[in-house]
Design a binder for this molecule. Structure first.
Ligand code: PGA
Length: 248
């Protein structure tokens, strides 16, 4: 079955609210493409102005983080219902920076996936191995374990709406991209795993992105692979290059 391509920017901790609005204006005409889902995942403080700035365009808004409770005494956190009410549709979960810098583990990530679905948000679930695991040739087992834990208790119908981003940590922000064949190998493996954990119909529907130094120069080759349905783009999502990736 044909899966709809999804190109998502991960702005990380970049752009003040006024800079965010300016970037939306700069990219507006460059990211026009009705055949592709285009998403800007932005810092929490940019959500409200970005939702306003992309109104009437093909761009959807995503968040980069949330906490699993709906409300209460959790100083500094924001909840899934808050994001939903603000106009957010997608949410990045399990990014390697959240795992490594903020100590998020697969138990919390699994709770976040379930909470996001319950709140009506579409998770972009990230997985990926370190350089050490890649060199030790244990990366396949690592990715299988991450996905299996992170999807515990998640239904097949939910997985059909899930986006999984394969992001080898050694390729994030380093300028070193996985080759298209390396990316396709793992994205194919993830799809096989979904078929094993669920069924073939679910595996055929789940969308799998590659992320890690994707740019205007390498996007077309990566996106031509049968199991790569899109990209999660950091650095290049903050530049006009993002338009070239959307239209690659
Ligand atoms: P990068 O980041 O494109 O800057 O490598 C990707 C990501 O971390 O999502």
């Amino acid at each position: 079955m044909a899966r709809r391509r999804i190109i998502a920017g991960n702005w990380k901790m970049n752009k003040t609210p006024s800079e965010a609005v300016a970037l939306c204006a700069e990219l507006k005409d460059l990211v026009k493409n009705d055949a592709v889902d285009v998403v800007y995942c932005v810092p929490a403080i940019d959500i409200v102005p970005v939702v306003e700035a992309v109104k009437g365009t093909n761009v959807k808004v995503g968040a980069e983080n949330f906490y699993i409770e709906d409300k209460g005494a959790f100083t500094g956190e924001i909840s899934a219902p808050m994001l939903k009410d603000a106009g957010v549709e997608y949410i990045i979960i399990g990014h390697s920076e959240r795992r490594d810098i903020f100590g998020e583990n697969d138990i919390l990530i699994n709770q976040k996936v379930k909470k996001a679905f319950a709140a009506g948000l579409s998770p972009i679930l990230c997985c990926g191995e370190s350089l050490a695991l890649r060199k030790a040739d244990t990366y396949k087992a690592w990715i299988e374990r991450q996905i299996t834990w992170d999807l515990d208790g998640v239904t097949a119908d939910q997985v059909k709406k899930l986006i999984i981003a394969y992001e080898p940590i050694w390729a994030i922000g380093t300028g070193e991209t996985a080759t298209a064949d390396q990316a396709e190998e793992v994205c194919g493996l993830i799809r096989e795993l979904i078929a094993k954990l669920y069924d073939q119909a679910t595996a055929d529907e789940v969308r799998i992105q590659y992320g890690g130094s994707m740019n205007a120069g390498n996007a077309a080759e990566l996106l031509s692979k049968p199991n790569i349905d899109g990209g999660l783009i950091g650095g290049a999502s903050l530049k006009p290059d993002f338009g070239q990736i959307v239209n690659a």
